[in-house]
Design a protein around this ligand. Structure first.
Ligand code: NAD
Length: 484
């Protein structure tokens, strides 16, 4: 049985109290994870604080950047270890983790090292009454100890999306991975040691939220800033914790993202993109589409093509080369998704495809599998049209005018992402400008340039990260005014 430890001050730390990590494939226990209590969280925060004034602080930016490139290279050298760990925890297809999770997880260290190396700060000349003037220039310094609280859907990728810029800016971190996906964060500790990242710069504490490592970390007054990715409700709890000590937060939270498909779209591209945005990672992508609005003239054809695409997905184990869809993360999440499948039917949905559990052979029958599911026929007020399901499912409804679809797309508490499919670029620009979301794609989905701003509006998030925007959160900007 694998033992997964905390990583504190460069050491792998086990605890008497452990919890089980179960495989999403068959519910078998695959690891025992050391649960950090108050003692371990205190030790992690203290080691991160101490590291702020150790060798890490004395590195020139270029030296720090070189070390972070080293981290990326070492992740890539140990690619297969990371791939195996991520796939064991999540059950996602190897093909997906191989081209997305692991390479992007590594890239996050390089991209932000380069941003920090190359982005200047501001300078202003100021006139003064005595004619001699003043020079203002800004400097950036680290915020301090950053708590990084992570979800389970893209564990390494979303964790390094925070740890990469935090370290590039000279901070130290204490990471709290999701209890569902503990492995890659601890494995990254091995990489940090191998590359020579000083002790205490990167720490990992395992456990749950309330009454466990998540709460102990976010309420800890030795933490200077908290960056969080996860559900909106959890984000709100963490913001309350952050209020004590007036600590800044960066929040990437839930979504209920629309896709808007105009009749003049490239039909094949819209189908391919929407199938991906609904079903990739079994629908467990924050940017994924759960509401699809299709202009009436192509509605029936679109629904038929989506049905065909969903039914062509191959549900299976990660290692099978033809697998295109894995299980959900856990039994608990499966029950949540199935409760929405039930609710959709109760509210009068037409089930175009799916709606249940696929027949799986042998011990896979105990896994967290659900069918890819498409509904039509519901009003915009139905639960599956308003609440985030986070499963492989969508509701498709027709629309008749641009005005109408913009209003319906925006009629949500969330505002993370949207996709617009049209071959009329004027319309693409016009509609994109009016969608209330942090990220809008026209004729694509999940096309990400890591230098661009990322984050949500409304209840989907607070703040932006990505490129120079990450510097706003991970550094303190100081103005120095020199009277000449
Ligand atoms: P979650 O909110 O349940 O858990 C996220 C993390 O918070 C976990 O590590 C958990 O242990 C911890 N946590 C829970 N309660 C806590 C508390 N009171 N104090 C401190 N920590 C606590 O989210 P999840 O189920 O892991 O992830 C799925 C959710 O994440 C979905 O809502 C999805 O939309 C969202 N998400 C958003 C983005 C984005 O960029 N906006 C990206 C990925 C996922």
């Amino acid at each position: 049985m694998k033992q997964i430890s905390n990583f504190i001050n460069g050491e792998f730390v086990s605890t008497a109290k452990t919890f089980e990590k179960r495989s999403p494939l068959n519910d078998a226990v695959i690891a025992q994870v050391a649960e950090a209590g108050k003692v371990e969280v205190d030790a992690a925060v203290e080691s991160a604080r101490a590291a702020l004034s150790g060798p890490w602080a004395k590195l020139a930016i270029a030296e720090r950047a070189d070390l972070l490139h080293g981290v990326a290279n070492e992740i890539n050298r140990r690619f297969d270890d990371f791939l195996a760990a991520e796939v064991a925890d999540t059950g996602k297809p190897m093909s997906l983790a191989r081209h997305l999770d692991i390479p992007r997880g590594a890239a996050n260290f390089k991209v932000f090292a380069d941003v920090v190396k190359n982005v200047p700060t501001e300078f202003f000349e100021t006139a003064t009454p005595d004619g001699r003037g003043a020079h203002n220039y800004a400097t950036r310094s680290p915020v301090g100890v950053v708590a990084v609280v992570c979800p389970w859907n893209l564990p390494l990728l979303l964790m390094t999306w925070k740890v990469g810029p935090a370290l590039a800016c000279g901070n130290t971190v204490v990471v709290k991975p999701s209890e569902e996906t503990p492995q890659t964060a601890t494995l990254l500790g091995e990489v940090m040691n191998a590359v020579g990242i000083p002790k205490g710069v990167y720490n990992v504490v395992h456990g749950f939220g309330p009454g466990s490592a998540g709460e102990y970390l976010t309420t800890h007054q030795g933490v200077n800033a908290i960056t969080f990715t996860g559900e909106t409700r959890t984000g709100a709890a963490i913001m309350k914790a952050a209020a004590d000590g007036a600590r800044p937060v960066s929040m990437e939270m839930g979504g209920k993202n629309p896709a808007i498909v105009f009749a003049d779209c490239d039909f094949e591209a819209a189908i391919e993109g929407t199938l991906r945005s609904v079903f990739a990672n079994s629908g467990q992508v924050c940017l994924g589409t759960e509401r699809v609005y299709v202009e009436r003239p192509i509605f029936d054809r679109f629904v038929a093509a989506m049905k065909q695409g969903a039914e062509a997905l191959t549900i299976g184990v990660p290692t099978a080369s033809d697998t295109t869809m894995g299980p959900l993360i856990s039994q608990e999440h499966k029950n949540k998704v199935l409760s929405y499948y039930k609710k959709a039917v109760e509210e009068g949905a037409t089930v175009i495809t799916g709606g249940g559990i696929p027949a799986m052979a042998g011990d896979l029958a105990y896994g967290a599998w659900v069918q890819p599911t498409i509904w039509t026929g519901l009003s915009d007020h139905a639960a599956v049209c308003r609440e985030e399901v986070f499963g492989p499912c969508c509701h498709i409804s027709p629309f008749d005018s641009e005005e109408e679809v913009i209003r319906r797309a925006n009629d949500t508490q969330y505002g993370l992402a949207a996709s617009i499919w049209t071959s009329n670029l004027q319309r693409g620009h016009r509609v994109a400008a009016r969608i209330e979301a942090g990220l809008v794609w026209v004729n694509s989905w999940f096309l990400r340039d890591l230098r661009t701003p990322f984050g949500g509006t409304k209840q989907s998030g607070i703040g932006r990260e990505g490129g120079v925007h990450s510097l706003e959160f991970y550094t303190e900007l100081k103005n120095i005014c020199i009277k000449l």
